[in-house]
Design a protein around this ligand. Sequence first.
Ligand code: 5AD
Ligand code: SF4
Length: 475
Amino acid sequence: MNILDLPTKIHDESRQGEAYAPVAQETALFSKKFYIESYGCQMNFSDSEIVAAILHQEGFGATKQFEEASLILLNTCSIREKAEQTIRKRLTEFRKTKEKKPELLIGILGCMAERLKAKLLEEEKLVDIVVGPDAYRSLPALIAEAETGQKAVNVLLSREETYADIAPIRLDSNGVTAFVSIMRGCNNMCSFCVVPFTRGRERSRNADSIVAEVEDLFRRGYREVTLLGQNVDSYHWLNEADNTSVNFAQLLEKVALVNPLLRVRFSTSHPKDITDDVLYIMAKYKNICQYIHLPIQSGNSRILQLMNRTYSREWYLAKVDRIKEIMPDCSISTDIITGFCTETEAEHQDTLSAMEYAQYDYAYMFFYSERPGTLAAKRFTDNVPEAVKKRRLQEIINLQNELSKKSYMNDVGKSFEVLIEGESKKDNLYWKGRNPQNKMLVFPKKQFNYKPGDYVNVLVHDATQATLLGEIIPA
Ligand code: 5AD
Ligand code: SF4
């Protein structure tokens, strides 16, 4: 298994650059068409749904064929250099289309737009429109400006914008699972990370608007929501009307109470912020999935300090113990960066031993990529040679493959409640869906009359590294 085969949750590499599929009858209503590709984290995919809603109001319908669009948008990611390279290549391709069709507008959204600001427009002439993550409401005005041949840029970051009142358009959905954004930005300043600079200060969305969006999704047949934020555990919304506040544990409970048939997930947790209150709420409600994505980044305390993660190895591993104590069946996944500035061989071994200790079910593994403007770029030298970074990454991947295999094999003989998400891509006689621990199961439909959105109990009889294979247990 290589990095791209992993069941990626946060940076879903398999979805990188995916375009939206329009709902057929809706597209027919619109004279103008836009095409959007999303890269990077789930937050970007969720933001593209907000952008789609803003454009719908302006009379733009989505298309999956960029050739028929008058507006092409790329919602971009800056987290690693490679992400930016992929996007630049894509922009160059679209530029060629524009040479043949000069009226076509090309826009760049998201983190790369924020990081490079007008550079892609002025110096490199790759795009017509540049819009940062907090400026999507100004898209219609920017399109109008670009149509008259002017430069259209808005990269202002906001301390308030949460798009709380915009109902996202779920154009590319399976109709069962949806993302709901609960906060924006990040205040953490991990030294390797560009996100605080591209997405701005942290702010929490109105809890009532979150619950209303979730209720609406449930009414429309959705059966799983994932609450999204860079650091969900620091969610804190102050209701100025009555001076009360809602923290993440309270929000989680409100969402769980929408309906017991609605599954609730969330991502991402920062180990320093996830509280016992959150763990107890997770344990209390059966419909909150027992799965936590808990990025460790490194298993060595000196490196963690350089990364400004604000916890030590021991503190992190004690958090893992606490999770397992309160929820023995809870699965845990993580993010790991290898080859951070000055990382020694012994410190790398600490990461491997921490992985063994935590027994992760999955991990998303990267080698360090220096990002301009970050604290690490300013303070430290990126001095681990690329070959060493890659070798360490491979060792980490090899170990995680073993841990994942063990975790999946350990489920053989067990039964799980599975929410059917759709047909298996490989064989339409099979359903696919996930268990609460976020593992994908594939099982034959047989004579039963189930449909996507139904819950079934599945007995696991076999496992590959990333999928459990089973049979429906008749109700
Ligand atoms: N280099 C490599 N990986 C990074 N991540 C964030 N910034 C960098 C970087 N500069 C990883 C972290 C984070 C995940 C989303 O991406 O592991 O948790
Ligand atoms: Fe980046 Fe750290 Fe914020 Fe995550 S918590 S977005 S890694 S600064």
